[in-house]
Each structure stands twice: as structure tokens, then as C-alpha cells.
Design a protein around this ligand. Structure first.
Ligand SMILES: Cc1cc2nc3c(=O)[nH]c(=O)nc-3n(C[C@H](O)[C@H](O)[C@H](O)COP(=O)(O)O)c2cc1C
Ligand code: SF4
Length: 632
């Protein structure tokens, strides 16, 4: 077989059709009352259809009275939820995959927006009550027809807090002085579930942290010792990840700064300690790599979380040698955001139909070679191009730059962003596969377009940077972020003032800092703190750690030759800050330069991506895809 992961494997009494599992990834698309509806069901049907062997949907609540309960995640707490659970079970089974629900108790208090651990406050009575909650939830899963449950001991949630020598400071038999004590709560829960429910058709598995990545917390060696106790308690498989809510989300799901498979050795350490199958989790992306770690016996299975959001057909495409058609997750963490800036549900930056599976149209081959001209080879233009080409339209793309990708090409330049190149590679391969006419270094003009006699013209020309409306904005020391990234400019030893602490400003500042500039960022708004999306938060922390300084509530008043004048909004005083270079990062405006002229000349003219409405990569990709499907 081409890839080792395509071989089947037994976990307990269950036979899996291959060794790729979809680990729990909170989707935030259950109904607000904790029940499961059609969007949720179709999401998982689609992932099962893509070929994975086992799916564990995201955290499912075992105690809805807990101090902190995630919103829009399923509840397992009552029989009234069983009909919804059954829907997703049947959908997954219908596609030949297995399903285990993930039993989850956060174990958190939410104090002033911050999470705090509960483990040390629980009485014996609380512990007994909680064990019953786990059992009830597992019973409901069995009644819904699931193949089992995954007992969640990872990511610093309640059982993980018991397991962790850092969080667990208890002095009783549930303390963390020995692995037996640290695992007592989990082993007792697992024993109850195993004794009462497990049989040839119902298993219990576990997910643990191979490391907490905090000083004094779970280490790989500790995890291995704890895993032995889980095996003894009867779990059929152990998935190994790391980090978590209290010790750092980027250790749980990294933001692109670490290499593929950077946590595999944690799984390998656990695997050496047990005989049950072990699944590795964390930044596993490419079929060859995944096959190799199984061949090397570092793990028995691979848990592909974000890889299967970005590419639900990951397994099928690998099996059919269609690797070139795979969209690889770029670890941008957009999927971690609960609500997108435009109020919609965040799906995925590279997969336009993530969480919209229920409205995905069937592609129809009705293009009949009609010519469509697309102006701009950024993500919206490219997405439209490949969708339309697949429908049989005849596509020509004009791109004035010598490269494709538009702004996302520049987005690969700041620190930790190289994985964005995987998205660009994908488009390059599709352009070749579909034999699309791509005219690089070619500016679109009405005359050139007219010569092609197009049925439709699509403006996907991106955006222009907003120039600050202040005195001095036209001085020579004002440099744009795009010039910085495109020309990889360096200002070694110079003082640079970046104006605007959005993601673009943060990343530009971090890039400059890495090339030895003395950088600070001024931002008129207060520090958004924890309200930043996880991706923005991690970039902000990385920039701070790299030595970038931030001035919040500081309003740019004037740009001078060697300084800027700002208004400190807290004291309402004007201050002058030294600056050899000033770099505005104040957002973008749609580039609609050609739009009116096109409208006057051609019948079917459309705007997509930033040319229509400035946004980020996921909005651009969806916009291109939407038009690609909708064009009549
Ligand atoms: C948006 C998001 C939600 C997640 N939710 C869960 C969850 O509900 N339960 C869980 O055990 N892990 C959760 N994880 C962690 C993943 O299961 C996985 O272990 C981790 O992301 C690393 O693997 P990946 O790089 O393949 O995504 C989540 C990760 C992401 C990105
Ligand atoms: S949103 Fe980003 S991190 Fe999440 S699956 Fe898609 S590409 Fe990966």
C-alpha cells in the first residue's frame, strides 16, 4: 500500500478502516441549547465521507451546571439530547466511519474573563457527583449508537488538572504525588464506564497531554507513567497532544511557528510505555510525513485535526494519489475564533465550505468553454478561477505582479508565516492541472480584455493601503507595509514607528524587529487584551517577546522628518516620539479602479475579494468560491 496509514487497525474490538482519525475539534455549531442540528450533522458527514476512520466530535459537555461551559457545543447530559446525537452518529456511520463522543468537563472557573483551575477545590462529594455525570453522559452516547467515548484528560481541563503535577496541589488520595493518585479520578471514571457499558461495540479511549509545557507540569515521562494506568483501566487507544487552556493554546494547536509534527515525540514516549494503539496529534499535515511517523513506529495512528478541516477529503485524495489537489492547513488558527469579524461563523481560511457543507452546491459542468477574464491572482481571483475552470469555463487571469497569490504572498514574509506558502502552492498546482491561462506581469486594460471577447469579467484586484490623513503623510520617510514586505526592506539600527496595531501592524513590526530595527507601534484604541482572536493574541505576544514596544490610546497627529507627534489620549497631551521611518498599517480600501470602465464595456461584470469588501484570507476565498459556483 502506498501509505502505511491506509492500512486498517484494531482498537479494542473495533476495526478501523485506516489509521487516520479526526480528533475532537470544537466546532461551535451545535445549537445554543446544546442539541445537535443539521449543520453539525452535515459537517461531520462530510468529514466521514472524506475517508477518516474514526471521528471524535469536539468537546461535549458532561456537566451543564459547571461554572464554565462552552457555548454551541453539544450536551451529553440528558436523554433529550439523544435524538440529535443519533443524527450525527448515523451520518458518520453512513459514510463508513466510527464515532466516539468526547466526554468533557472544563474544570474551570471564569473569573473576570480569565480561566482558573477547579481541581484543588473539589470535595469528595463533588468528585462522586462528577463521576456520575461522566457515567450518565457515556450512557447517553451508547444509547445514541456511538462506538464509544473518548475520556478527555488533555488540555488542562478537569481530568488533566488532576493528572498535572503543576495544577494538582491536593494532599489527599487524588493529589499528584504519585501517578496512581493523579490518575485516580480518571481511572475511577473509566472503570465505571468500562464495567457498565463497554462491550464488543462500545469502547472507551483517552486523550492526554504528553506535556503541559509549564515548569513543574506534566512531562513526557510522567505522561508515560500515567498512560500505563489508563491502559490497565481498559482504554482501547490513547491520543497524545499537549498544552491547553491554562498553559498555552499554542502548545495545543500551534500558530504556524513550529515545524510539522513537532509533538510526535510525545506520542512516541507514551507508545513505548503501553501496548494499546497510540495516536499522535499536532500539526500533522502531509501524507508522506504522516506515513513515515507510523512506519517509524512513533505512533500507530495519526490524529488530523485542522488538516481535515482544511481538507476533509485528506484520506481519499491521498489514497487516490491526488495529493496535488489537497488544501493543506496553514495553522493560521482562524478556525479557533468563535465569531468572525463580520459576525459569521468562522470556517477555515483555505476551505471555503468548512461549516457550510449543508449549503455546498453540486458543481455543474455548464461552462461550455465560455471565456471569463479575472483581474488579479490573489486568493479570491484564484479561487474563482479554479471553481469556474472545473465547471468548464475558459479562464484567463491578468496579474500585474510577477507572482501569484496577491497579498498572501506578502503575508508569508513576517516571522512564523511560511506555511501560508502551502496555500499558494495549492493554487499554483490547480492552475497547472486545469491548464488556466495565467498572464503574470501583465496589467489588465480594457483593450486587452476586449480582445478576449469575454462572457464575464471578474475584478479581483485587491485593495490599496489607507494613507493617514495627517500632515507629513507624503514625506520620504513614510514607507508602506507592502513595500516593506515585497522588497524585504531592512532598516537596521533605525527607529521605526508603525501606525496601527492590527495584525498587519503587529506582524510588520515583528518582522522589522527581527531585522534589527528599533520598532514601536502606536495605536489609537486601548489594548484589546483577551478580546483579540487567538491568532492575533499569539502574534502580539510573539512580537512583544521579540522586543516590539506598543503605545495604546495614542493617536497619530503629525509625521515629521525624524519623529512623529502623537496625542496621548489618556493624558490628552501631545508627545513627540523619535522615528526615522514611519509605517502606516491602518487597513485597506477596495481597489475598484477599473470597475466603472468595465461596467460600461461588458455585460457581466463582478467584484470579489478585497475589491468588493476588504477582509482577510477566509473572506477572500469564500467570495471567490461563491461567485465560482453562482455564475450562470
Ligand atoms: C478550533 C480548535 C478546537 C479544538 N477543540 C478541541 C476539543 O474540543 N477537544 C480536544 O481534545 N482538542 C481540541 N482541539 C485540539 C485538536 O484536537 C488537536 O489536538 C490540536 O489542534 C493539534 O492538532 P492539529 O494541528 O491537527 O489541529 C482543538 C483545536 C482547534 C484548532
Ligand atoms: S482555519 Fe487555518 S488553522 Fe484552521 S484549519 Fe483552516 S487553515 Fe488550518
Amino acid at each position: 500500500m502506498k501509505y502505511k496509514f491506509l492500512e486498517s487497525i484494531n482498537i479494542g474490538p473495533l476495526t478501523l478502516r485506516n489509521r487516520i482519525i479526526r480528533p475532537a475539534v470544537a466546532e461551535y455549531i451545535a445549537n445554543p441549547d446544546g442539541s445537535i442540528g443539521d449543520q453539525y450533522m452535515e459537517y461531520y458527514r462530510n468529514i466521514a465521507r472524506g475517508g477518516v476512520a474514526l471521528i471524535t466530535p469536539g468537546i461535549a459537555v458532561v456537566d451543564e451546571t459547571a461554572p464554565y461551559v462552552a457555548s454551541n457545543q453539544p450536551y451529553l447530559t440528558d436523554k433529550k439530547y439523544i435524538p440529535g446525537m443519533k443524527k450525527v452518529v448515523d451520518a458518520i456511520h453512513g459514510e463508513g466511519a466510527k464515532i466516539t463522543f468526547q466526554l468533557w468537563h472544563s474544570g474551570h472557573y471564569l473569573i473576570d474573563g480569565a480561566l482558573a483551575p477547579m481541581v484543588n477545590d473539589l470535595t469528595k462529594q463533588d468528585i462522586e457527583r462528577l463521576k456520575q455525570k461522566y457515567l450518565t453522559a457515556a450512557k447517553n452516547c451508547k444509547e445514541a449508537g456511538a462506538d464509544g467515548v473518548e475520556y478527555h484528560i488533555a488540555h488542562t481541563y478537569l481530568p488533566s488538572q488532576f493528572m498535572s503535577t503543576y495544577f494538582n496541589r491536593r494532599t489527599d488520595e487524588y493529589g499528584s504525588n504519585t501517578p496512581e493518585n493523579a490518575m485516580r479520578f480518571s481511572v475511577e471514571c473509566i472503570n465505571m464506564i468500562r464495567n457498565e457499558l463497554c462491550d464488543d461495540n462500545f469502547i472507551i479511549t483517552a486523550k492526554i497531554n504528553g506535556s503541559d509545557f509549564v515548569e513543574g507540569g506534566t512531562t513526557p515521562q510522567w505522561a508515560a507513567r500515567c498512560a500505563r494506568l489508563l491502559e490497565k483501566a481498559g482504554v482501547a487507544m490513547i491520543t497524545v497532544n499537549a498544552g491547553g487552556a491554562l498553559s498555552g493554546y499554542d502548545y495545543m494547536s500551534d500558530n504556524g511557528k513550529r515545524p510539522e509534527g513537532w509533538k510526535v515525540d510525545l506520542a512516541a514516549t507514551v507508545k513505548k510505555a503501553v501496548t494499546v494503539p497510540v495516536a499522535a496529534s499536532g500539526s500533522l499535515r502531509h501524507p508522506e510525513y504522516v506515513s513515515k511517523i507510523i512506519e517509524q513506529d512513533k505512533c500507530d495512528l495519526a490524529a488530523l485535526g485542522r488538516a481535515t478541516i482544511a481538507e476533509p477529503e485528506w484520506v481519499n485524495k491521498a489514497a487516490q494519489s491526488r495529493e496535488d489537489e489537497m488544501r493543506y492547513c496553514i495553522s493560521c488558527l482562524y478556525c479557533f475564533t468563535k465569531v468572525a469579524e463580520d459576525g459569521s461563523e468562522p470556517g477555515c481560511s483555505v476551505n471555503p465550505f468548512a461549516k457550510c457543507e449543508f449549503i455546498k452546491p453540486e458543481p455543474v459542468a455548464d461552462g461550455h468553454d465560455r471565456k471569463v477574464v479575472i483581474i488579479g491572482a490573489g486568493p479570491s481571483g484564484l479561487e474563482a478561477a479554479i471553481t469556474l475552470a472545473e465547471r468548464g469555463f475558459n479562464i484567463s487571469i491578468f496579474e500585474q505582479k510577477p507572482y501569484l497569490g496577491g497579498l498572501i504572498k506578502l503575508a508569508t514574509v513576517p516571522p512564523n508565516k511560511t506555511k501560508i506558502n502551502w496555500a499558494i502552492d495549492y493554487y499554483e498546482k490547480q492552475i497547472q492541472r486545469l491548464d488556466i491561462d495565467l498572464k503574470l506581469s501583465t496589467r489588465a486594460t480594457i483593450e486587452k480584455i476586449e480582445k478576449l471577447n469575454p462572457y464575464a469579467v471578474i475584478l479581483a484586484a485587491g485593495s490599496n493601503e489607507i494613507v493617514p490623513l495627517v500632515e507629513g503623510a507624503g514625506l520620504d520617510n513614510v514607507i508602506s507595509v507592502r513595500d516593506l514586505l515585497e522588497q524585504k526592506l531592512r532598516f537596521d539600527g533605525k527607529k521605526v514607528a508603525v501606525i496601527g496595531a492590527g495584525l498587519t501592524g503587529i506582524e510588520a513590526a515583528h518582522y522589522l524587529r527581527n531585522s534589527n530595527s528599533d520598532v514601536y507601534v502606536v495605536e489609537k484604541k486601548p489594548d484589546p487584551g483577551a478580546t483579540r482572536s487567538l491568532a492575533d493574541q499569539l502574534s502580539f505576544q510573539d512580537a512583544l517577546a521579540g522586543g516590539v514596544k506598543f503605545y495604546f490610546q495614542t493617536f497619530l497627529h503629525k509625521i515629521n522628518k525624524n519623529s512623529i507627534t502623537v496625542l496621548d489620549l489618556a493624558s490628552n497631551k501631545k508627545i513627540t516620539l523619535p522615528a526615522d521611518i514611519v509605517m502606516p498599517a491602518l487597513g485597506i480600501r477596495s481597489n475598484v479602479e477599473l470597475y466603472d470602465a468595465l461596467k460600461n464595456k461588458f455585460e457581466n461584470v463582478y467584484k470579489i475579494g478585497d475589491s468588493d469588501c476588504p477582509g482577510k484570507l477566509p473572506q477572500a476565498v469564500r467570495s471567490g468560491s461563491n461567485l465560482g459556483y453562482a455564475l450562470k
